[in-house]
Design a protein around this ligand. Structure first.
Ligand SMILES: NC(=O)c1ccc[n+]([C@@H]2O[C@H](COP(=O)([O-])OP(=O)(O)OC[C@H]3O[C@@H](n4cnc5c(N)ncnc54)[C@H](OP(=O)(O)O)[C@@H]3O)[C@@H](O)[C@H]2O)c1
Length: 276
């Protein structure tokens, strides 16, 4: 299964479909990631706060897959923004992952009340220069956080990973990111099971129009609109500005089904229906 990749504003590229391990118990993470790698995922999304970086590292080590063929993301948690904590934190994550560098390191949340997210991102710039991460970005940043970060650091994040699905489209954040060359990565693209997204009339109509299960147009359409989701992807040509997504499932069959969407290009009809 070949997953299209997109170029980031720093010249690196990111696979459009990723496997996320939020809420995957540490004891199950090595198995879940090993199975995800086996069926073709190469982009794994974890975070220090998920407590399962060791499991991701063990699966990577056991996979025999060349390091350059993997794209590993982890994230700086909220209580490590200040002082030299970002360097200490990435050091701990790299040790748990068994890696010398990650492909993407994100400030997990802006936590504006603490007013240290600009400092944290400025430290990520140093970590990239030190070769501890290939690309740097943010997560859950809203437009004011993005504006201030770029203005005060002079550096544009490569990625902003945000909650994004048809029931939560964050159009202002997506538009600002598009205008400033930031790739949007969707988390919770399936609505975290909270919304019956596959059951929405629009998705059912798109599925009926193509004689496929609702998941197909949903995944393909979501990628075109969402600019990055936990399962989706469509033909790269049709969605230049589309970013990536990372989805998660503790059940391999579901992960296997989601990967099939990469072959599905959502003719405009589906996209038109899904951009509710
Ligand atoms: N940056 C952040 O703040 C942030 C926040 C949340 C998530 N994330 C990242 O985004 C990833 C994905 O988000 P998420 O896990 O929260 O939500 P999600 O991917 O939208 O939804 C995951 C849920 O969907 C179910 N599911 C998986 N595949 C399915 C399928 N083919 N059909 C129907 N249901 C399916 C899973 O159930 P089963 O497990 O039972 O299969 C699971 O409950 C996370 O793993 C994490 O890496 C980042």
């Amino acid at each position: 299964m070949s997953i299209p990749a997109l170029e980031l504003n720093d010249g690196n590229s990111i696979p459009q479909l990723g496997y996320g391990v939020f809420k995957v118990p540490p004891a199950e993470t090595e198995r879940a990631v090993s199975e995800a790698l086996e069926i073709g995922y190469r982009h794994i999304d974890t975070a220090a706060i998920y407590g399962n970086e060791e499991g991701v590292g063990a699966a990577i080590a056991a996979s025999g897959i060349a390091r350059d063929d993997l794209f590993i993301t982890t994230k700086l948690w909220n209580d490590r923004h200040h002082g030299e904590e970002p360097r200490a934190a990435i050091g701990e994550s790299l040790e748990k992952l068994g890696l010398e560098k990650v492909d993407l390191y994100l400030v997990h949340w802006p936590t504006p009340a603490k007013d240290d997210y600009v400092h944290a991102f400025a430290k990520l710039v140093e970590l990239r220069e030190a070769g501890l991460t290939r690309s740097i970005g943010v997560s859950n940043f809203l437009v004011p956080h993005l504006e201030r970060t770029v203005k005060e650091t002079g550096v544009v994040p490569a990625v902003n990973q945000i909650e994004l699905h048809p029931a939560y489209q964050q159009r202002d954040v997506v538009a600002w990111a598009d205008e400033h060359g930031i790739r949007i990565e969707a988390w919770g693209p399936l609505g975290q099971g909270k919304y019956d997204l596959f059951g929405t009339p629009a998705v059912a109509e798109a599925a009926a129009a193509h004689g496929v299960t609702p998941r197909r147009p949903y995944c393909a359409g979501t990628s075109r609109r969402a600019s990055s989701c936990s399962r989706s992807r469509c033909a790269p040509s049709g969605c230049a500005r589309t970013s990536t997504c990372s989805a998660s499932s503790s059940r391999t069959p579901r992960s296997r089904r989601s990967t099939r969407s990469t072959r599905w290009t959502a003719p405009d009809v589906s996209v038109r229906i899904l951009t509710m």
